[in-house]
Design a protein around this ligand. Sequence first.
Ligand code: TRP
Length: 425
Amino acid sequence: MSTVRVLTGITTSGTPHLGNYVGAIRPAIQASRASGVESFYFLADYHALIKVDEPARIQRSTLEIAASWVACGLDPERVTFYRQSDVPEIPELTWFLTCVCGKGLLNRAHAYKASVDKNNAAGLDPDADVTAGLFMYPVLMAADILMFNAHRVPVGRDQIQHIEMARDIAASFNHLYGEHFVLPEAQIEETVATLPGLDGRKMSKSYDNTIPLFAPREQLKKLIAGIKTDSRAPGEPKDTEGSALFQIYQAFATPAETAQLRQAYADGVSWAEAKQILFERIDHEVAPMRETYESLMRHPERLEELLKAGATRARAIATPFTARLRHAVGLRDLRAQGEAKKDKATKAALPSFKQYREADGQFYFKFVDAQGTLLLQSAGYASPKDAGAAIKALQQDDAALATLPAAADPQALQAALRQLRDAQA
Ligand code: TRP
């Protein structure tokens, strides 16, 4: 059985909170224990620089996140756990990918577009306060993923577009330089709950409504006491629907415990009591990990050593792979001439036409890219000659496209046709 490579990054720009734990840390660590997967988890500190310009905060967050993942049970023996900035091959790959990535692709990135829309709405220059780092964010992320040829990338829904861009960028590179990259897929955890925060909205740093995962016991208690509830008095039945307190409890409790709290709501438990129940339940799960966390925070040298060991493992893959990529793009030893023939062979992986006959007796063709992805499907022709003529016309220019069924991705289709014509020229 071949192993599946799973990779994900955590931006080092904040303090882990209960929402991160339930939504990302806990499921990721569980998944890393499955057999048949090879996991790569890394601290995306280059990405953090895009959002945060306080050096101390970057450093602090990197420490807190590393300590949290290890305290929550990440096994650095099993998983390759490293810091992005310890792998200098990643920025090098970022540049290679930058050079094959259409600027238009980046113009369409949600995060960048949101900034531009905001500026336009405020009557500012569209790119006011937009750094080139924000614009390039998807390319850096593609380099993270493609460097390790990850098959699956567990992310939140907001990141799906970035994974699709990584696929597009990988396909462009493969087209030009041969099959170097696996096309990654986003993996969305459907069953994992998004946790509400103190005010009932999604728990998120940007809403300032979080409960830090490793808040000391007393602070945890205080924060939980501040969860928004309605004004129903003790003894009055409470509604579980829309109760942030109930939802948070559910994310930590067994189904039987959840049923008990549901009953307590119906029986008119006071909010103070319900909060006490929630506090004890969370503390029960978190306390043992908190001890490890606090000890790691007191010994940053242990984490530093662990991350350095992770980087060594990551670079055992990244260094030779980057050497191959350098060669592929032409950054080569000057003494090794005469490679042009081999480059041609690499380029032979071209899109192609496939002709066939269907059971209806008609003649068809399809046009597929080098990976076999369908780009264009013809309608039926009466004779193979007619189908052949249509293909010939397409090899000349795009005019014949007007006579053919619409393609799902006209841009990819036209790019592939161009590539084929270039190769034939
Ligand atoms: N952009 C991701 C986020 O904000 C973090 C990230 C950086 C990442 N590089 C990655 C996630 C590579 C998955 C794969 O959540």
